[in-house]
Design a protein around this ligand. Structure first.
Ligand code: O7E
Length: 222
C-alpha cells in the first residue's frame, strides 16, 4: 500500500532523459507520496531507464501500463515490472476475473500492489454501467485499491461507501481535466493523481504546494 503523508501522487508523464527526470523527482519528492509512470516514459527511456529511476529516487513507484491482456501475458508483465523496482501496478477491470486472477496472485506474492481501474476520468461508459460488479470483482481478487476519477465525484463517493476503509482510492483527473484540487480526497479518495498541472507549471513545487493546500483546506466540493 502507498503510505499517505501528503495525499499527492505525481503522474510523471514526460519524455525527459533519466538525468533530468531524477533531478526533477528529487526536487519534489518531499511533496508527493508516489510517482506514477507509464507508457510514455517506458517508450522514452526504456526499461533500463525506469530501473535507474527506481534505484535513484526513494519513492513508491506505481506502474501505469493499464494491464488488460489474457492471463499469461499479464503474468509475464507483472514479473518484468517487479524486476524494474516497481511497487505497484494498475490493471483494467474490463479484462475480467479469469485474466486478472493469476497476475494479481503473482503480484501479491512478489509484494507488488495492484490497483484496479474501474472508472475513467473521461468516457469509460462501459465501466460506469458495471461499477458494482467491478468493485466486487476487485475486492474478491484481493487488490489494494481502485482508481476512481476526480471528474466524477459521485463515483468517488459511491466506491468509498462500497469498499469501506480497507482499500485505497486513487483519483486522477485533477486540474487540467477539470477535477478541483482537494475535492476527490474530500469526497473519499486517499490520493489525488496530478500530472500536467504540476509538470507544465513554471514552478512545479509551487503548483504542488497549491494542490496540497487545497487538499488540506478543500472549498466548495460537491
Ligand atoms: O491530466 P493530468 O495531466 O493530471 O494526467 C492524468 C493522469 O492520470 C495521466 O497519467 C493519465 O494516464 C491518468 N488517468 C487519467 O487521466 N484518467 C483515468 O481515468 C485514469 C488515469 C490513471 O491514472 O489510471 C491509472 C491510475
Amino acid at each position: 500500500m502507498i503510505q499517505r503523508h501528503t495525499g499527492l501522487v505525481l503522474a510523471f508523464d514526460v519524455d525527459w532523459d533519466v538525468e533530468k527526470s531524477i533531478m526533477f523527482l528529487n526536487g519534489i519528492s518531499d511533496l508527493i507520496d508516489a510517482v506514477k509512470i507509464g507508457w510514455y516514459q517506458l517508450l522514452t527511456i526504456g526499461p533500463q531507464g525506469i530501473k535507474e529511476l527506481t534505484d535513484s529516487v526513494n519513492k513508491y513507484f506505481l506502474a501505469d501500463f493499464k494491464l488488460g491482456d489474457v492471463a499469461h501475458i499479464n503474468e509475464y508483465v507483472v514479473r518484468k515490472v517487479y524486476g524494474l523496482g516497481i511497487n505497484g501496478l494498475i490493471m483494467h477491470a474490463v479484462a475480467g476475473r479469469d485474466n486478472l486472477a493469476t497476475a494479481i496472485n503473482v503480484a501479491r506474492k512478489l509484494g507488488v500492489d495492484v490497483y484496479l481501474l474501474i472508472s475513467m476520468s473521461s468516457g469509460g461508459e462501459l465501466y460506469d454501467r458495471n461499477l458494482d460488479y467491478n468493485v466486487s470483482l476487485g475486492m474478491s481478487l484481493g487488490v489494494s485499491g481502485f482508481i476512481v476519477p476526480a471528474t466524477k465525484p459521485n463515483v468517488v463517493r459511491q466506491v468509498r461507501s462500497m469498499v469501506g476503509s480497507n482499500y485505497q482510492l486513487l483519483s486522477p483527473g485533477v486540474g487540467v481535466q477539470g477535477g478541483k484540487p482537494g475535492c476527490a480526497i474530500a469526497n473519499g479518495a486517499d490520493f489525488e493523481i496530478v500530472g500536467r498541472s504540476i509538470i507544465n507549471s513554471e514552478s512545479p513545487r509551487q503548483a504542488a504546494l497549491n494542490i496540497l493546500n487545497a487538499i488540506r483546506n478543500p472549498i466548495s466540493c460537491s
